[in-house]
Ligand binder design. Structure first.
Ligand code: AMP
Ligand code: GLY
Length: 441
């Protein structure tokens, strides 16, 4: 089958690498991909200079007779690219605009969570400072904590988690000072106490297929200090969860969500990312995303024993014979994987002007270690150059976390020989690799 993947980040490199190993993928097209993906044998890079709009890519897919399009990032989904493919009769693995609202609108996702009875933080919506202070003070005085979210700001930037009075006072000053425009509407939430992780699955035709759980390290600095980022590393699976965690998430989150969407006439085909706080009372949803995480996709790809091509075909309704699939639940059999993000020196504040050259062989990985590229460009001679932001995710995969970390950090050291000014955290998955007992909340 002919697959076309949309996106150009580390997440898409991981999806492409995984699809290349699928027994059902005969050709893989990348729109646009990135030069770090050049090692993928026979992948076709579709030039974004020529095929530049959604209408162009729909037409290109029709001309090339693409069987299924996989959408990596949330942006095109929020803009309705899946609706455009669907109108042209092209199968698309990625939700339509109405379902993509689960990520693009916090208000919609909270409304669905409440209507479906899915455990999540209780909340109020405040439209003035006075209202915000009244709701927040009441929650804080009752429970000793509260979370304030400026609903106009994305990427966790306008989120204030307050468990001390001085944090709450500082949050009011920020929200109604520098963030005042984004803070016209502020969501005042219950502070959920627990350990954070995410759950990933593939939804669409047939039964839902789990890709398992992962933990992301969001802060820039070691020991979870410094500003929030898109994620500086992660690991999968999550051994500190209870053994029946997956069944609990299906029962409390996925099944009611699908039922609620169905009641509203909304279909969901695509990856689903459920951000969770695992509390003493079990899972509570922090957020939904309509895509895989980055760098979570990188560790899921290297550890997962599933054939993602087969799963995707099943979800878009292109598999008629279910018994031909080798789709047993992966959780028990998956290996441990650790991903370490290598970012530019200036991340997350600015752009690096002085790139380093990386040898191509760095991307010739295997099933125990693979480097995934995000912000990589090629010069006129085809040399690979580091860009800005999160540039690489170096992954390691093994039977236990200690060995998986060793593979990942060995890979990081190798890259650092060529790119000494990179920044990365040295403590990714350290705690989980040191932890003796399994279920530690
Ligand atoms: P968000 O942008 O909503 O994903 O929030 C960013 C981060 O803030 C999350 O990853 C959590 O670590 C934290 N957070 C958000 N909401 C809550 C909550 N209600 N209770 C505890 N932590 C939260
Ligand atoms: N790593 C977090 C995310 O992809 O949103």
């Amino acid at each position: 089958m002919k697959f076309l993947l949309i996106g150009k980040g580390g997440r898409e490199h991981a999806i492409a690498w995984k699809l290349m190993q699928s027994k059902v993928v005969t050709e893989l097209f990348l729109w646009p991909g990135n030069p770090g993906m050049n090692h993928l044998p026979d992948a076709v890079f579709v030039d974004q200079g020529i095929v530049s709009s959604h209408a162009d890519i729909v037409q290109y897919c029709m001309q090339q007779q693409i069987d299924v399009v996989v959408v990596g990032p949330e942006g095109p989904l929020a803009e309705g690219i899946a609706d455009e493919f669907s109108s042209s009769g092209i199968r698309c693995f990625g939700p339509k605009k109405g379902a993509a609202l689960l990520e693009s609108s916090k208000a919609f996702s909270k409304e669905v969570l409440d209507a479906a009875g899915i455990p999540t933080a209780s909340h109020n919506v405040a439209r003035s400072r006075a209202e915000c202070e009244s709701y927040a003070n009441e929650r804080f005085n009752k429970t000793g904590g509260v979370v304030l979210k400026a609903s106009g700001l994305a990427a966790g930037k306008g989120v204030f988690v307050c468990s001390e009075q001085r944090q709450l006072d500082a949050a009011y000053d920020m929200l109604y000072g520098s963030f005042s425009e984004a803070a016209e509407t502020v969501v005042v939430e219950e502070l959920m106490i627990g350990r954070e992780c995410s759950y990933f699955c593939c939804l669409g035709s047939g039964e839902h297929r789990s890709l398992g759980f992962a933990v992301d390290f969001k802060r820039l600095e070691e020991q979870d200090q410094g500003p929030n980022t898109g994620g500086m590393g992660c690991y999968t699976p999550v051994p500190w969860l209870p053994v029946d965690a997956e069944a609990e998430v299906r029962r409390k989150v996925i099944d009611p969500l699908l039922k609620e969407l169905e009641l509203r006439g909304i279909e969901y085909t695509g990856f689903l990312y459920v951000g969770l706080m695992w509390t003493k009372a079990g899972p509570k949803v922090v957020e939904f995303n309509v895509r895989l995480g980055d760098p979570e996709a990188q560790v899921m790809a290297i550890s997962s024993k599933l054939d993602w091509g087969e799963v995707i075909l099943e979800k878009v309704g292109l598999v008629s014979d279910q018994s031909s699939l080798n789709l047993a639940s992966p959780a028990a059999s998956d290996s441990c994987a650790v991903g370490v993000v290598m970012a530019s020196e200036s991340y997350p504040y600015g752009k690096d002007v002085d790139p380093s050259q990386l040898p191509r062989q760095l991307f010739d990985g295997n099933q125990t270690s693979q480097v995934f590229a995000a912000s990589i460009s090629a010069d006129d001679e085809g040399n690979l150059l580091t860009g800005s932001g999160r540039v690489l995710t170096v992954t390691g995969c093994a039977e236990d976390f200690r060995s998986a970390r060793n593979y990942a950090y060995k890979g990081v050291d190798e890259v650092a020989k060529h790119w000494p000014r990179a920044r990365w955290r040295r403590d990714i998955a350290k705690r989980v690799s040191d932890e003796k007992s399994n279920h530690v909340l």
